[in-house]
Design a protein around this ligand. Structure first.
Ligand code: G3I
Length: 354
């Protein structure tokens, strides 16, 4: 099969855990992808044992080792999220919930600073400074899913981060990540070796995209060290592909890169007709990505496009068969669409034919 990564001018990634790092799954991965994202094991809670002690999860180590050994880039996911974060982050030593008092704000700021510094040091200690040959980590989703699904005055999700610090937590997370990954633990002479992304879902929906755009605008205006805008793109075959194109266009001209961070395309039900439509969907989506990248200035192209899992069997939405490969590792129509090979696709069955 034509390697997917050879059909694009941008890196193509896949979210995995340790199960994809050996055997036939690993062979398939290395043939088609040049980047990995840890699906779960670099989330905040993964970095702590049940005594609140910092640790690196064995699966995070396995993925770093795998990336380093196989010349794959590793895209980190995530430094700050409202979910999968230990409760004690938001409590004082006696278990009291933090408020927005100045003392509590400072406690949470310090906690975030310690977390980000510990993560950076843990990785640099074992893989060398960021930007050196031996260190595979190239990017982070610094903050994940901070935009509200409803219209709110500041457009931001209600969360414990937001309750205590307001919008400040977003800017702070980027400043701390920049300090740790691009200065304190960066290889001398390297230039921003770790790219810092904001990441969210449903950014292809107009109301949410508008709130996202407004926040990104405030970050740029504030001089927050943001390198790029991430779009999860958890979509379905009924999401117009044109919405993906207009979402990328919406963020053009800001001097920022963009990344498709968690692409999958659900079909419901997974009939032959719908799986064929999915093939055409992936074809059209990758055509949009290639076209956007080709038309953008180098500083504003696509940093990477990542699919959220290697096979349907391993997807968080496995029953809706959203990925490029089936559970037996065979290529689906979705794959042939993604590489742009139309003659690999079955004829489209229209509703009228069914
Ligand atoms: O590892 C434990 C296992 O020991 C336990 O027996 C089992 C019982 O439920 O749970 C396992 O953990 C699960 C973990 O996935 C690993 O499979 C968690 O319950 C489950 O909540 C977790 O789901 C992940 C979800 O994020 C929540 O963190 C999905 O795999 C992952 O695909 C999904 O990814 C998110 C992105 O991080 C952010 N954007 C949306 C995306 C999809 O929801």
């Amino acid at each position: 099969l034509t390697p997917l990564k050879d059909t694009t001018d941008f890196p193509v990634g896949v979210a995995i855990d340790q199960r994809e790092t050996s055997g036939a799954a690993s062979d398939l991965l290395r043939h088609h992808f040049d980047q990995i994202t840890p699906e779960n094991h670099m989330k905040v809670e993964a970095w702590y044992d049940d005594q609140q002690r910092f640790q690196r999860h064995p699966q995070a180590t396995a993925l770093l080792d795998y990336a380093a050994a196989n010349d794959l880039r590793l895209y980190g996911h995530v430094l700050l999220w409202h979910a999968q974060t230990p409760d004690w982050f938001f409590q004082d030593a006696s278990g009291r919930e933090l408020t927005d008092s100045e003392a509590d704000k400072q406690l949470l700021r310090d906690r975030l600073a310690t977390h980000i510094d510990d993560v950076a040091r843990s990785i640099a200690d074992d893989y060398g400074p960021f930007g050196s040959e031996t260190n595979p980590l190239v990017a982070w989703d610094v903050v994940n899913e901070v935009i509200s699904d409803q219209a709110t005055p500041d457009g931001l999700r209600t969360s414990r981060w937001h309750d205590v610090l307001g919008e400040e937590f977003i800017h702070l997370a980027f400043r701390l990540a920049d300090q740790a990954f691009n200065r304190d633990y960066a290889a001398p002479g390297s230039d921003r070796p770790v790219k810092l992304f904001i990441n969210d879902y449903n950014t292809e929906q107009d109301a949410k995209g508008t709130q996202y755009e407004a926040l990104v605008g405030r970050m740029v205006a504030a001089g927050t060290p943001l390198d790029g805008v991430g779009h999860q793109f958890h979509v379905s075959i009924n999401t117009p592909v044109s919405a993906l194109a207009s979402t990328l266009d919406r963020f053009a001209g800001l001097g920022l890169m963009q990344a498709v961070t968690e692409l999958d395309v659900t079909v419901n039900p997974a009939t032959a007709a719908n799986l064929a439509r999915q093939g055409y969907y992936y074809r059209d989506a990758f055509e949009v990505f290639r076209g956007y990248h080709a038309g953008a200035p180098a500083s504003e192209g696509l940093y990477s496009v990542t699919v959220w899992g290697l096979t349907d069997a391993r997807s968080w939405r496995s029953e809706q068969a959203p990925l490029l490969f089936a559970g037996d590792l065979s290529a689906k129509s979705a794959f042939f669409g993604a590489i742009g090979q139309d003659d690999g696709l079955p004829p489209l069955v229209t509703t009228a034919d069914v």
